[in-house]
Design a protein around this ligand. Sequence first.
Ligand code: 5GP
Length: 142
Amino acid sequence: MPETIFSKIIEGEIPSHKVYEDDYVYAFLDISQVTKGHTLLVPKKASANIFETDAETMKHIGVAIPKIANAIKDAFNPNGLNIIQNNGEFADQSVFHLHFHFLPRYENDVDGFGYKWVTHEDTIDDDQKAELAKQISAQIEG
Ligand code: 5GP
């Protein structure tokens, strides 16, 4: 399959704010930070979407999902968390390397992040993103 920006992120060719990595998966902050701590989880073995992903890859994703979700919960104490996964352009997929969005939800928007699918790419700088990633990764053991 054609290489995507996420393969380059996994390879370190494009910088990212990593929150977790093992032999099979890579998790990093979404550049858009729709809400504080918005994170993406991707398998290292590239596939375009859920329709093209093998069961073995999904086992590794399945192990990683609660790790990432709990780390975000422990880091920011959100009121809830959505896990979102888009397949196909019609369903709002824009990067064609399977990925899961972790979108922590906050009752009072105390940090100035709102929940609408609105990007905060330009209002949260790299230092802030580095700090957010550090806070999440600190909650993951091993
Ligand atoms: P999709 O719409 O395909 O479900 O989500 C793709 C996500 O990738 C978007 O939320 C977008 O902000 C994020 N994204 C696109 N390019 C980059 C990038 O270069 N770095 C990071 N960290 N996220 C990206």
